[in-house]
Design a protein around this ligand. Sequence first.
Ligand code: DX5
Ligand code: ZN
Length: 217
Amino acid sequence: MARIISPSMLSADFGYLADDTRMIDRSAAEWLHIDVMDGVFVPNISFGFPVLAAIAKETTKFLDVHLMIVEPEKYVRRFAEAGAALVTIHAEATKDLPAALRMIREAGVLAGVSIKPATPVETIADVLPLCDLVLVMSVEPGFGGQKFMPESVDKVRKLRSMIDQQNLKTLIEIDGGVSPQNAGMLFAAGCDVLVAGSSVFGAPDPVEAIEQMLNAE
Ligand code: DX5
Ligand code: ZN
């Protein structure tokens, strides 16, 4: 199983976005997590295409774009063009999830589906073959710096067995309240990718915090 850290740029210092992006570019993190919020699907607004393009200019890492927006199908192609390598949409945000996932792959990027804490994993059982990644939210989407919800670990375990049973290669990512303290347990539960915002950018040494998570037992 993979061990990937995806630092969330939502917790970066936007006044020094290029510097923070280059710092992650030099770190052991393989991915960068980009949180796009529309103020409708979640009660917060973050950033969109120009900021993604600015980040893409400063790094060669894999850009992991998490769309917390309604009607994501309208914007998939533009995120792909702005530099996304993976576009993840919310199962709760679209009327036709299979069609939206197919559209992402047709745009030439990997397709991900995310579920909020209250959405059971069974909801997405049928679309797993269309997903390169499932993103389990371990906080209510909208803000960084929240407390990890321990119930989400059971969802990861269930998903891992659903994915293995269907013989798929779908990755499992978890997002919200991840830190060096729970990283080892999350990888052991079946996560391949850990998103971490405040525990990276709020650390005295972000590069060191990333290594701690990667090597956590
Ligand atoms: C929340 C976002 C997260 C957030 C994580 O809606 O999806 O990616 O940035 O932040 P931390 O790691 O601080 O919980
Ligand atoms: Zn996110």
